[in-house]
Ligand binder design. Structure first.
Ligand code: HEM
Length: 244
């Protein structure tokens, strides 16, 4: 690190407490000036002048921490009457004088995008949101709640319907299991016997039967990706889908 030292003006090992108020040009721990010496804030602050900051490369005076300059005294005679547009009128001399006023926020702009990111431009001229698709929950028969299903899965019953486990299932084999009494489906490459779960499915057995004998991953993910299928159908697992 010693090779760095010559490039740092005012290097010394002064104590931190001394540095807080020190004007010692050799003090390392002086915090950076805020505002920076060449900032607009500093140059516009009252009493600022380049003569205060020695241009010869020596350290400027310690900051005073008087960040906000006092407001200039109000001269009510020179004041412009309030604008009828109810927007701030900037004096010509300010750097923002040519900028257009911001759009009014009293009326909501109609960009066609509604909360939730649904694009209704062209579809709903009256600003109404499109009707949300009705949830497809079906009333289940008594004794077929999710709690009842949890009981079934922990009862020790063979819910797989196969003698060995796990087995390798080809697509041709999978296709054969497409009836309510014998329904297999694939989710994320794993084959499940979905027959035992049919009467417990909150979306109804018919919805579930749509994936019988085929890969149901896409439909499942589109319907309720948050459902933990691995856990729910753990005991119904038959095996893996294989090519062939
Ligand atoms: C075997 C795999 C599946 C399991 C374990 C399963 C499980 C569930 C569960 C736990 C719910 C209740 C979700 C909730 O209330 O948030 C549900 C609802 C539903 N499921 Fe499934 N499901 C499966 C496959 C499918 C498939 C393939 C479809 C086909 C479209 C489907 C359609 C539905 C529908 C329409 C609902 C009602 C959605 C709602 O309440 O908004 N499910 N399913």
């Amino acid at each position: 690190m010693s090779w760095l030292l010559p490039s740092i003006p005012g290097w010394s090992r002064a104590s931190p407490s001394a540095s807080l108020s020190s004007n010692d040009p050799d003090d390392l721990d002086i915090p950076p000036l805020f505002p920076l010496p060449n900032s607009a804030q500093r140059s516009s602050a009252p009493g600022s002048s380049s003569s205060q900051h020695d241009a010869g490369g020596s350290r400027p005076p310690a900051p005073t921490f008087n960040l906000a300059p006092p407001s200039p005294p109000k001269n009510t005679e020179d004041e412009e009457p309030p604008s009828e547009l109810n927007i701030a009128v900037l004096p010509d001399a300010t750097p923002l004088g040519d900028m257009a006023p911001p759009p009014s926020t009293t009326q909501r702009p109609d960009f066609g995008i509604q909360p939730g990111g649904i694009d209704v431009s062209g579809s709903a001229s009256n600003g109404d949101l499109p009707k949300k698709k009705k949830r497809g929950k079906v009333p289940l028969a008594p004794g077929y709640s999710q709690l009842d299903w949890a009981r079934v899965t922990t009862s020790g019953r063979n819910l797989r319907g196969t003698e060995s486990f796990p087995i390798r299932v080809t697509m041709d084999e999978l296709k054969k299991h497409n009836t309510k009494k014998d329904a297999w489906s694939v989710f994320n490459g794993i084959v499940y016997n979905i027959t035992p779960y049919l009467p417990y499915h909150p979306g109804g057995p018919d919805e579930l039967m749509r994936v019988a004998g085929r890969d149901g991953t896409k439909l499942f993910m589109l319907t309720h990706s948050w459902v933990n299928i691995d856990h729910m159908l753990q005991e119904c697992m038959v095996g893996m889908l294989v090519k062939g």
